[in-house]
Design a binder for this molecule. Structure first.
Ligand code: BGC
Length: 417
């Protein structure tokens, strides 16, 4: 029997996301800028001007609104707001306030992330998240931001994917020899002028977890005491973890990379769910992509159904509302992005139909940008870097304008074929 896809609630957030270091350009006071410019480096190229979003945000936000999206997720760059330890930049805080004003002028809700992978160089130079006092420093920064602009924020996350180092265990997978890594760390520490380089990506997952969860709770409490009233949660990276074989390590893996963060979100206002693909887990850990499955530019399996599975998994563990704060694919072929969005949003609609409390869908990403160590090659954007509008942007915009009705029609039509 044909069931009608539900229409999403009127206040559902439909949007696109970016992060400061990936789009602003010239984030020269950050630890990643240093890592990009030393030799040897893990980065295939440096970020340089990125998308110059630091200057172009007024027209970028207008464009997002014109597409029909009602939410913009972006991050505030700690390295700009606190360029030296204890010294806050009023000009940088005003800059982000102007971004929030641009959102308001365009009828767009602002979803703000306080920390999206990059740190001030001085923070890395003292050892980063593994250093004593790291949480205190983050709480002080978060409080400054909230005091300066909390009245204009619609939704805030303390951290973007703090579980990423645990999830990826990515260094061994890159094939980069450990000696190169140590050399890079040593050179970066020397460039900062200290004996250490505590970059988030290279952190010890167990140590990060303890400190960052404490920092999350304390920052949230400090922000709640500032002007404004908005939900504060955290966004984690999730994969559809599929068990392969009887002795699969799937459950151990899930417990290790997700549960503590989900508990932290559960004691907050929401969990941000960020999903790209599935991962098959065998008896000795993650398996390579399955033969014959289409791969994206990142080498991930094209698996839009992962969103539905992950939303259901998350809803089984937390009782707070969920937002999809990232979902997307890297592809030069924009028709694959449209297909991905269609199937991912349809899966999310199934969850809504079953009563899951999902409040928004934010696509990664607004424009092609600096994909970290992989540079500018992977194309995740709804827009190109020079702001050419791809068909997928109109497709998502239409879903947003109709609150899912246009998608419901498309899915029904597809089922009838
Ligand atoms: C991150 C983004 C990144 C995206 C695509 C997420 O892990 O939050 O910064 O660009 O995935 O890889």
């Amino acid at each position: 029997m044909m069931t009608e896809l539900p229409l999403f609630r009127e206040d559902f957030l439909w949007g696109a996301a970016t992060s400061a270091h990936q789009v602003e350009g010239n984030n020269i006071n950050s630890d990643l800028w240093i890592a990009e410019h030393i030799q040897p480096t893990l980065f295939v190229e440096p970020s340089l001007d990125a998308c110059d979003h630091y200057h172009r945000f007024p027209s970028d936000i207008r464009l997002l609104a014109d597409l029909g999206l009602n939410t913009y997720r972006f991050s505030i760059e700690w390295a700009r707001v606190e360029p030296e330890r204890g010294h806050f930049s009023g000009a940088a805080l005003d800059h982000y306030r102007r971004m929030l004003e641009a959102c308001r002028e365009n009828g767009v809700k602002a979803m703000v992330t306080l920390y999206h992978f990059s740190s001030p160089r001085w923070f890395a130079g003292m050892g980063g998240w593994e250093a004593r006092g790291a949480a205190d420093l983050f709480v002080r920064y978060a409080e400054r931001v909230a005091r300066h602009m909390g009245d204009s924020i619609a939704v805030a996350s303390t951290f973007n994917e703090p579980n990423l180092p645990a999830l990826l265990e990515w260094v061994p997978k890159t094939g980069i020899p450990l000696t190169t890594l140590f050399q890079m760390r040593r050179k970066a520490a020397k460039a900062i002028g200290t004996g250490t380089f505590g970059c988030f990506f290279l952190g010890d997952p167990r140590k990060l977890e303890q400190t960052m969860i404490a920092a999350h709770h304390r920052a949230r409490a400090a922000m709640k005491a500032c002007p404004g009233s908005y939900p504060i949660g955290l966004n984690i990276s999730l994969q559809d973890e599929q068990a392969v074989g009887a002795k699969s390590k799937r459950d151990t893996k899930c417990a290790k990379v997700y549960h503590a963060w989900m508990d932290a979100a559960n004691a907050s206002d929401f969990l941000g769910v960020q999903v790209y693909t599935r991962c098959r887990v065998g008896k000795s850990g993650d398996l390579a992509p399955e033969e014959g499955v289409e791969l994206t530019q990142m080498g991930y399996e094209f698996w839009p159904e992962a969103l539905e599975t992950c939303l259901r998994y998350a809803a089984g563990r937390v009782s707070v509302p969920l937002y999809v704060t990232e979902n997307g694919i890297a592809s030069e072929d924009d028709s694959r992005r449209i297909e991905y969005i269609r199937r991912a949003v349809a899966g999310m609609a199934n969850c809504v139909a079953d009563g899951l409390d999902i409040r928004g869908y934010i696509h990664w990403t607004l424009m092609d940008n600096f994909e970290w160590i992989f540079g500018y090659r992977p194309k995740f954007g709804l827009l190109t870097r020079d702001r050419h509008i791809k068909p997928s942007a109109h497709y998502l915009g239409e879903i947003a304008r109709s609150h899912g009705a246009s998608l419901a029609a498309a899915v029904r039509q597809n089922r009838l074929k």
